[in-house]
Design a protein around this ligand. Structure first.
Ligand SMILES: C[S@@+](CC[C@H](N)C(=O)[O-])C[C@H]1O[C@@H](n2cnc3c(N)ncnc32)[C@H](O)[C@@H]1O
Length: 449
């Protein structure tokens, strides 16, 4: 650790994210239990608590890949890189909270340009080592030249420009969580993946993705938006579209596993597979969302100039999630993986954590919230569906107000279709029923009231 840094990184207080103890900077307030939106402060050593749910989902997906063998064969190792790791909360949570049985197969690398943040990571990792000690030697044969860095208790820590770190080895798992837009890192990330890999991308430039900042959207994503009910879904699809077309330029094809608009950021998680043949067909999955009268929409692949006027795109029009993987992301599973036991809380308190019964209840609620609605919506989100905002439905059906969502879902199921709420701060739902059927159910429920 550099001279003078030790003093600078003396922690203000301890915080528990999932089961993992983290140091917070002295000038960072203790997070509230409902952190939302962009961080009020940023800078090295600052932890954005609003990203905790995204980190929880990330470790759930990684655990699932190791346990269900959908990325590497049983018995094989999986190399994961957090290319912009900051103070390393994500990699420390991967090491600490993914089940012990699969930990020996998980090789973790963490990279950031910022020395202060990396020292913070080392300090926290040293003070609060993972429950299971996993020590891998560097896989020398994987690297053209040994990267600069050091193995610290099961995490290989590097200080590089991410674009260089991404090229160091063929990773099977890459996490890209930059400030703002990920566009600068996407090519290197795709090229840095193994033949079959997994890429998670965060974008906080939601104004560009939704089109509320039209010029940035055009420049960064080559897209045009309409800021209406569908702006969140469009933002997810615009980012997926960019990831898909970037992958295709490198002879790869994406298979979305989870893609969400989570308040102040968009996060997409995709499997990336090398296949020239399938990559050549990437444009089959790209199109436009054209607004039709009365709040309706349709996806069109080759819009007319008039349709472009009332459309957003180009964007990804394929499936958004993987049914089986997202279907296993239940609240129970999240709690089992990430909620600390009484013993773990007692140990954390011995280490100086100030944590009461209320804190524990709020933390559990937050862990549940990280995956709320995902498992129930997994089937519909992995195939063709219609997306609706519940508040738009009364107008479309010509009734004074909307029915309760659960009641509406039961009515839709009774006539042979499916419907489910999706995770969004707004009350959106998806269904495979034709719009007329849904509106018919709404009408009969309200008129029978
Ligand atoms: C949003 S933070 C990452 C947060 C982290 N993933 C987490 O979950 O706590 C973005 C990080 O990117 C780093 N960064 C920015 N540009 C970089 C570059 N070109 N190469 C490596 N790191 C970079 C910054 O130092 C910062 O720590």
């Amino acid at each position: 650790m550099a001279e003078g840094q030790d003093e600078a990184i003396r922690p203000g207080h301890l915080w528990l994210e999932g089961k993992t103890l983290v140091h917070l900077r002295e000038d960072q307030q203790r997070p509230t239990h409902m952190p939302r939106g962009p961080a009020k402060r940023t800078g090295p050593g600052f932890l954005n608590p609003a990203m905790a749910p995204a980190r929880t989902r990330s470790l759930m997906l990684l655990a699932d890949a190791l346990e269900h063998h959908w990325l590497v064969k049983p018995g094989h190792d999986l190399r994961a890189l957090d290319a912009l790791c900051a103070t390393g909360v994500r990699v420390r949570r991967w090491r600490n909270e993914i089940p012990g049985e699969v930990q020996p197969r998980l090789r973790i690398a963490a990279n950031d340009l910022d020395e202060f943040a990396l020292n913070w990571l080392k300090r926290s990792h040293e003070s609060f080592p993972p429950r299971i000690s996993v020590d891998h030697a560097l896989e020398d044969d994987r690297y053209e030249r040994p990267p600069q860095g050091a193995m610290e208790n099961g995490i290989f820590i590097m200080q590089n420009d991410a674009r260089i770190a991404l090229m160091e080895a063929a990773y099977q798992w890459i996490d890209l969580d930059p400030f703002g837009s990920p566009v600068n890192f996407l090519d290197a990330a795709i090229q840095g993946l193994a033949r079959v890999g997994f890429l998670e991308v965060t974008a906080t430039d939601t104004a560009a993705l939704t089109g509320s900042s039209a010029s940035s959207q055009q420049r960064r994503y080559g897209a045009k938006g309409i800021v209406d009910t569908y702006a969140h879904d469009d933002a997810v699809r615009v980012l997926l579209g960019l990831v898909a077309t970037t992958a295709a330029r490198h002879d790869r094809v994406i298979e979305p596993v989870l893609a969400l608009f989570d308040g102040h950021h968009v996060r997409v998680s995709v499997k990336v597979v090398r296949s020239k043949e399938r990559a050549s067909k990437v444009m089959d999955w790209m199109g436009w969302r054209i607004r039709e009268p009365e709040g309706r929409y349709q996806f069109v692949q080759h819009p007319t100039p008039e349709e472009v006027e009332r459309g957003s795109g180009p964007l990804w029009v394929g499936p958004l999630w993987n049914k089986d993987i997202a279907g296993r992301m239940t609240e129970e599973r999240a709690l089992r993986l990430c909620s600390p036991s009484d013993k773990e809380i007692a140990d954390a308190k011995d280490a100086g954590l100030d944590w009461g019964q209320d804190d524990q209840e709020y933390a559990q609620r937050e862990i549940r919230r990280s995956v709320r609605h995902i498992a129930q919506a997994a089937d519909l989100m992995s195939r063709e569906h219609l997306l609706l905002h519940i508040d738009d439905v009364p107008n479309m059906a010509g009734v004074p107000h909307a029915p309760k969502m659960d009641v509406l879902f039961s009515a839709i199921q009774e006539v042979g279709y499916s419907a489910a709420r999706i995770p969004d701060i707004d009350p959106f739902f998806v269904s495979d029923a034709p719009l007329e059927i849904i509106l018919g159910c709404v009408k009969s429920l309200i008129e029978a009231d």
